[in-house]
Design a protein around this ligand. Sequence first.
Ligand SMILES: NC(=O)c1ccc[n+]([C@@H]2O[C@H](COP(=O)([O-])OP(=O)(O)OC[C@H]3O[C@@H](n4cnc5c(N)ncnc54)[C@H](OP(=O)(O)O)[C@@H]3O)[C@@H](O)[C@H]2O)c1
Length: 263
Amino acid sequence: MTTTRTVLITGASAGIGAAFARHAASEGCDLLLVARRETRLRDLADDLSRTHGIRSEIFAVDLADPDAPGKIVDFVAANDLTIDVLINNAGLSRNTTFADTSWSDLGAEIQIMVTAITELASSVIPGMRQRRWGRIINVSSIAALLPPAPGLLYTAIKRYGFDLSQSLDMELKPHGIHVTALCPGFTHTEFHDVMGTREAAQDIPAFLWSKPETVARAGWKAVMAGNPICVPGIANKILAATTRPVPLRFHPRLAKAFDPFQP
Ligand SMILES: NC(=O)c1ccc[n+]([C@@H]2O[C@H](COP(=O)([O-])OP(=O)(O)OC[C@H]3O[C@@H](n4cnc5c(N)ncnc54)[C@H](OP(=O)(O)O)[C@@H]3O)[C@@H](O)[C@H]2O)c1
């Protein structure tokens, strides 16, 4: 990239988001890193600024708070930042089924992975369109391409991000904006610690796992090339390609077979 671009990454304090931050910094981009854990964000931002000579800003906020996207937009304006690349990455899943999860927790998932990603996209797109250049990655999941797991809101949420990305990409490509749904499979991050499934995750075969750096690099390459869907890793590509043609009436049976976290 010749112009210095600014990249807003949510969920940058760990895992895939932190890997995106390291990759974007190595490309010479300035950064705005968002998550709740301020010290983690500060340490990463300082390290990347020192190593790559870039500007790194941080904004610590809980994206489950409906006011969070607005606060990020205010921070962008107050600090004279122009967002060229938006990476909607923050996310989590839970180890409880829908019926056993409180509305407060379900609502937070929707706020973080549906409402906030949509509001942030809506806030950066007008500027991108004016400048005729923009890139947006919505970190979805391979779950969006597989039959829905029993009782998991997460699958429906990730399908939303997947469909939104394609729809926006079709609308905005003529304006110089590319939107990509990044659909990782199992990735070595804190995701399963947060979900409480670390033990079950240890039984998943090694060939199904990716490194966060590999996932971030693949997503970055895809959005820069204008590819609206990115499924990183050969095993995930095969899984997605072989499942999609299966008739819908067989999906419930497949769903049970694919879900390693259900009893
Ligand atoms: N790892 C996998 O196997 C996998 C597979 C497919 C898709 N994904 C998707 O990849 C994305 C990144 O996950 P990851 O694997 O990198 O997990 P991770 O290591 O647990 O990182 C999740 C990030 O999201 C942030 N986050 C979570 N809740 C937040 C909130 N309420 N407000 C602000 N930030 C919040 C966390 O920061 P704080 O805790 O500091 O707030 C953290 O930076 C997620 O959207 C996930 O669904 C992961």
